[in-house]
Design a protein around this ligand. Structure first.
Ligand code: CP3
Length: 348
């Protein structure tokens, strides 16, 4: 039997509903917190293959998820390109902001690949330890989301600095997006070469753009990246995730090289079933806060996703990353409930 995640991403509905969670390796796990303390710096953890591989595998050992997601961060790409990146505990990422277009000339995709060698090493170590049921997911941030951090130097409210840059310095912004398209292709191909079996592209801040800007800076770059990957690796499924832009999921699903569409907590499930799931496999939607809450609210949330989308190709996941305070027992319960659904409704 094929790995359930790969089977579901090929559009099949006769296997179990696979389950994994965005940010499944993270601070809600005591074993992660322990190792994170040992590593000290967050980027150091991302660049230490033995530790990063162990962290990637922690949630697999504990919960038996159907996928392991490479432990890294979307911001290793700007770091690899030569922009200074660091993480402030309790606050989040910091980068030396790009300032103006002149800074772009210093960014070098050629150098990036050697700087990111430890990440590829993590991928191959994890791959060698996975069983024949668990798929390995590689990822990158979509160009727009990565650009928002590169321009502002941190997370920002409504991504205003990047949106302003895009309006005022259109040519420079376009050059930056092109550079990130090129870098993402190299980076994702490197992950495939090292053993990644599925890819996910995170466009976490797609929701702050107008329809026109979203087409230019989110959808078109994602289409370029996925086409380039598929040209060399037609069998590697790719999941796109535009957070905060439910209306754009139909367009995302319409991209040939996209196999799965990640849906956030705000998506209308009935509309997703009719307009998106008829085109591609869908993944996600459970509210991370329902998982934090547990009890009847969690069960109702799980059941709603399964009831609305379980009839078609589905990957069970959250609508955004798991929260650090989430009780471990709630995650165990979630996995059991989704697996029980597959037994009862799909006989597997
Ligand atoms: O999903 C996984 O388990 C794989 C690892 C992963 C991380 N970040 C680890 C991480 C993945 C896929 C990401 C993606 C990522 N990183 C995104 C896109 C998805 C999303 O969540 O919207 C973004 C926007 C980032 C940038 C980033 N990294 C931010 C804003 C932060 C700080 C917020 C926070 O939760 O602290 C990070 C840090 C980060 N990346 C942590 C982890 C486990 C926490 C670091 C720590 O241990 O202190």
């Amino acid at each position: 039997m094929k790995k359930p995640l790969l089977h579901a991403l090929q559009g099949h509905t006769d296997g179990p509903v696979p389950i994994w969670l965005m940010r499944q390796a993270g601070r809600y796990l005591p074993e992660y917190r322990k190792l994170r303390e040992q590593a000290g710096d967050f980027l150091n953890l991302c660049y230490s293959p033995d530790l990063a591989a162990e962290v990637t595998l922690q949630p697999i050992k504990r919960f038996g998820f159907d996928a392991a997601i490479l432990f890294s961060d979307i911001l290793v790409v700007p770091d690899g390109l030569g922009q200074k990146v660091w993480f402030v505990v309790g606050e989040g990422p910091r980068l030396e902001p790009l300032g103006d277009g002149k800074a772009l000339a210093k960014l070098d995709p050629g150098k990036m690949m050697s700087k990111l060698t430890p990440v590829f090493e993590t991928v191959s170590r994890v791959k060698s330890e996975l069983d024949d049921k668990t798929a390995l997911v590689g990822f990158c941030g979509a160009p727009w989301t990565v650009a928002t951090y590169m321009i502002a130097g941190a997370g920002t409210k409504e991504q205003a600095p990047a949106r302003l840059w895009a309006y005022k310095n259109r040519d420079d912004f376009s050059t930056l997006i092109d550079l990130l398209v090129e870098s993402s292709i190299l980076y994702l191909k490197g992950q495939i070469k090292a053993g990644a079996e599925v890819l996910q592209i995170f466009d976490s801040w797609a929701g702050s753009l107008t329809e026109g800007e979203r087409q230019a800076w989110c959808l078109t770059p994602i289409e370029r990246i996925t086409q380039a990957i598929k040209a060399d690796h037609p069998d590697i499924p790719i999941i796109g995730f535009l957070r905060g832009a439910p209306g754009a999921n139909v367009k995302l699903a319409g991209i040939n090289a996209i196999d799965g569409v990640g849906i956030d907590t705000a998506c209308d499930l009935e509309q997703t079933r009719r307009e998106v799931q008829t085109l591609k496999t869908v993944q996600g939607n459970l509210d991370p806060i329902a998982l934090l809450a547990g009890g009847a609210s969690l069960d109702a949330g799980i059941d709603l996703v399964l009831e609305k989308l379980g009839g078609g190709p589905l990957v069970f996941n959250l609508g955004h990353g798991i929260l650090p305070d989430t009780p471990i027992g709630h995650v165990t319960h979630l996995v059991e409930r989704v697996r029980a659904y597959s037994k009862e409704n799909r006989g597997v």
